[in-house]
Design a binder for this molecule. Structure first.
Ligand SMILES: *[C@@H]1O[C@H](CO)[C@@H](O)[C@H](O)[C@H]1NC(C)=O
Ligand SMILES: *[C@@H]1O[C@H](CO)[C@@H](O)[C@H](O)[C@H]1NC(C)=O
Length: 185
């Protein structure tokens, strides 16, 4: 563990782990923090054939504010390793996004990356955060995961890779940095 950032993470984690009292024979110890980095792209379509983003609710002021405040979307979109829809598959992004800023277009993202292919098949990463779509680069948190990503945490930097002129088709890029935490008994 030569990377000073990882040492800092390690020390930070130590302070939040509930340590058993000294008289107890059972203790928990953080064993490893491995950094995993990968990039994926999502293919969102809100109209027409292959629609995979649906608005399911709106507020009474949605039409009166430029940010479309109050719209709730449910999504189930393809995630691939490359930017083309035919690129190698990773899985799907499933969950909800909520337009929750009265002034600018910003989505609250509550989604899972459901990995359906490869060595992490059957695992999920739980993504949560604010995504101000008009910013060039946004950041969302990775707050957890399952299976190969149990106890994972990290973040994803996201940007709009492609948008069509009707603003109905989007390709979003996600650069993921995730820490795989393992605890020794
Ligand atoms: C300690 O571990 C043993 C064996 O796994 C278990 O039976 C016991 O309930 C644990 N004690 C506490 C205080 O967690
Ligand atoms: C995280 O670590 C555990 C335990 O070493 C391992 O089984 C799992 O495959 C790792 N996950 C990833 C995504 O590398």
């Amino acid at each position: 563990m030569e990377n000073p950032k990882l040492i800092f993470l390690f020390i930070s984690l130590l302070s939040i782990i509930p340590w058993p009292s000294q008289s107890s024979s059972n203790s928990t110890c953080l064993e490893t923090v491995n950094e995993i980095r990968f990039t994926f792209y999502t293919h969102d379509r809100s109209l027409g054939d292959g629609q995979n983003v649906y608005s399911v609710a709106r507020s009474i002021i949605t039409d009166q504010v430029p940010s479309a405040f109050g719209v709730v979307y449910v999504v189930d979109v393809l995630a691939t390793y490359g930017p083309e829809i035919t690129s190698k598959k990773l899985g799907r992004i499933q969950g909800a996004t909520v337009s929750s800023d009265l002034r600018e277009v910003a989505l609250d993202v509550i989604v899972n990356l459901v990995i359906t292919e490869g060595e992490w098949k059957g695992s999920t990463l739980n993504i949560f955060g604010r995504n101000p779509l008009e910013d060039e680069v946004r950041e969302v948190s990775i707050v957890g995961g399952t299976s190969a990503f149990k106890l994972a945490w990290g973040y994803a930097t996201t940007s709009t890779y492609y948008v069509n002129k009707y603003r109905t088709d989007y390709v979003f890029k996600y650069d993921v940095v995730v820490y795989n935490t393992t605890f020794a008994p």
